[in-house]
Ligand binder design. Sequence first.
Ligand code: IFM
Length: 464
Amino acid sequence: MGAALSGPQTEGAYRKDGKLENIWDTWSDCSISDFYNKVGSYTGNDFYEKYEEDIRLFKSLGLDSFRTSIQWSRLLGQDEKLNEKGADFYHRICACAKKHEIELFMNLYHFDMPTYLFQRGGWENREVVEAYAVYARTAFREFGKEIRYWFTFNEPIVEPDQRYRTGMWYPFIKDAKRGMNVQYHISLAHCLAVWEFRKAKEEGYLLPDAQIGLINCFAPPYTREDPTPEDLEAVRMEDGLRNRWWLDLVTKGKLPEDVLETLKKCQLEPDVRPGDEEILHQGMVDWLGFNYYHPARVQAPKEKTDENGFLKFSDPYVWPEAKMNIYRGWEIYPKGIYDFGMKMKEEYPDLKFFISENGMGVEHEGRFRDASGEIQDDYRIEFVQEHLEWVLKAIQEGAQCMGYHYWGLIDNWSWNNAFKNRYGMIEVELMNNYQRKLKKSAKWIQELIRLREKKPIEETMVSK
Ligand code: IFM
């Protein structure tokens, strides 16, 4: 049981100690009104200053692990040399986690491209893929004896989607073809990093039991009842592009052929070059992180093509019985976690996984404060409890699920939504020097963990 965070959403200190500008700082600088309440990337939740307090808090709640990410823009300078002060910050985090006997999971990339590399084409440019491999190599060698659990990417599907296909995020591109290349290049970058990891291990830079993984938001796809063949085709491609793409890569070292064939037929195939096959083959991991918030409900597309003339694979399908998190616009469907667990058991039985993110973001949480000032977030307790019950069922039925990390245990900066939706079980008071304060759910999870140590998990989980 642990917590998930990321560097760019928590650290702040955006120009401190030699940190370079990243793509979020650039977007904040050029259009601050795009960010909720005009809160840009600059301060995170002050983790740079408060990491010791935060790690102590995790420990006091009984958590055994937490994830954050190294910011590429903090670790390396433009010359690709180590930024000593940046490295020192991450060494201090490692030492603090060790002191409090809490396992640190370290991710290398969380949507945070350094701006100078973005200006060279970002993930559209193969040189950036190579630069990422250099960055990963440097991180493995620098922190190899301090970190056991490594991850190459968090949600590698998100940047192709948000920056290049839907154009919701800076630089607001809507081009399915460019999006496919970005997705493909990120896949190659993942593989090169895994290769660097294996090499670093052979050369003795890593802990002997170090592991490497990938984390993605594998939203299980569903369609309408009584689907047409076209609806099923929409599910095949939704699953193919967003889930099987990564699952095949990390278990078989190749991309799903049916998906590549379909992409070829509609001129959306990525720019595959000689030698890529060998690179892809390096992509197999030791385990996987599954971020789960909502299912993907799709149906056959109404229009055949999008506004740029590229073939559309699906339209959203609104399930009439859907229960919504209205603040985030995401469906709450706890059973999806179990369905994914069963899919893993059937289709990728050798790969262990853990729930690497799951959580509920809610707006204006101040209205749920009681007389003592504590936020009574019973909705969050219900959300986590229901999801954990499905995790338990999946484990009981044979899924190799190793654990659960709650996303955003401490309120954090959520991209252009900034602090609009609060995810934390720990509140951050923005107007009071980012002070931390437990919400009701923090006490609930503390008690859950305490009981779990004493009783069989089944009894702990029964709703009272
Ligand atoms: O804040 C994000 C995180 O960066 C990736 N997963 C989803 C979270 C909530 O929106």
